[in-house]
Design a protein around this ligand. Structure first.
Ligand code: FES
Length: 158
């Protein structure tokens, strides 16, 4: 029926790759922002690899495109400029340091809180970069809250 076919069309559209920019530009700037199917994402080019994620930090909606990338325990992480939460570029996991309270001399260890930030797929074809949004059914994560409602789309491409 009509309703089903409309829903199907929307699903297909939301999951289709969207052109976001040129490879030669991101290789210079190392990062870019884009609106993909009305969702604002940041794309990083780091050590020869592309990573895309929702632009607003899962903690309180901080602007991840303004953060620094740091190597934490062998993993490339974006550090949110607001409260310094660390998010792995490749998986969207939130990292935290834990220490054994019974052993104050122990070295703090980096641990994962699990996937907290929604990541998306980046593909490159003929020097053009495309982003395909991940589906909410693939995994749940806290950043979804800041990708909807009043937080949605904090800037439009000019
Ligand atoms: Fe990102 Fe708090 S909003 S660390």
């Amino acid at each position: 029926n009509l309703q089903n076919s409309t829903q199907e069309t929307e699903t297909i559209e939301e999951n289709s790759p969207v052109y976001v920019g040129r490879e030669e530009d991101i290789k210079k700037s190392q990062r870019m922002t884009a609106v993909v199917h009305d969702k604002e994402v940041v794309i990083f080019y780091h050590k020869g690899e592309y990573h895309a994620m929702d632009i607003r930090c899962y903690h309180s909606g901080g602007p991840l495109h303004l953060g620094e990338i740091e190597d934490i325990d062998g993993k490339a992480c974006i550090v949110c400029p607001w409260h310094k939460y660390k998010i792995t570029l490749s998986t969207g996991e939130g990292l935290y340091q834990s220490i054994n309270p019974k052993d104050p001399s122990a070295v703090p260890k980096w641990c994962s809180k699990g996937i907290k930030q929604r990541i998306h797929t980046v593909t490159v074809k003929n020097g053009h970069i495309y982003v395909t949004l991940s589906k909410p059914s693939d995994f749940k994560c806290d950043s979804d809250f800041y990708a909807t409602g009043q937080f949605k789309v904090i800037q439009r491409p000019s």
